[in-house]
Design a protein around this ligand. Sequence first.
Ligand code: 5GP
Length: 116
Amino acid sequence: MGETIFAKIIRKEIPADIVFENEKVLAFKDIKPQAPVHVLIIPKDTGIPTVSDLSSSKHSELLGAMIDAANQIAKDFGVSEKGFRLVMNCGADAGQEVYHLHMHLFGGRKMNWPPG
Ligand code: 5GP
């Protein structure tokens, strides 16, 4: 599978509103926000297209780093107390559009359940 737009964002070749960064993880605002807070949390490793490519033996540290980032971002945006939602779309039926692993963080409004 070819390179995605997220690889260009990681290399800072195209602009993004970056809200968190460390050696493993980058997070930036979604270009089409679906909630007052909508942030994408991605690994800097460009070799993981989707959740199906993850395993605990190889990726437990990365997954921990993504969750740590999510908790930090939720605090920074003031949604930690009221609540927020993390979503990882995996594959076509889930509506995954970008095949670079990512976690959506939604917050700032009441979420519906079940999701659409
Ligand atoms: P998916 O449907 O794959 O789970 O989510 C991909 C998300 O990436 C979508 O919510 C979409 O709006 C967002 N997105 C796609 N291209 C860009 C971009 O160039 N910049 C930013 N900030 N978000 C993007």
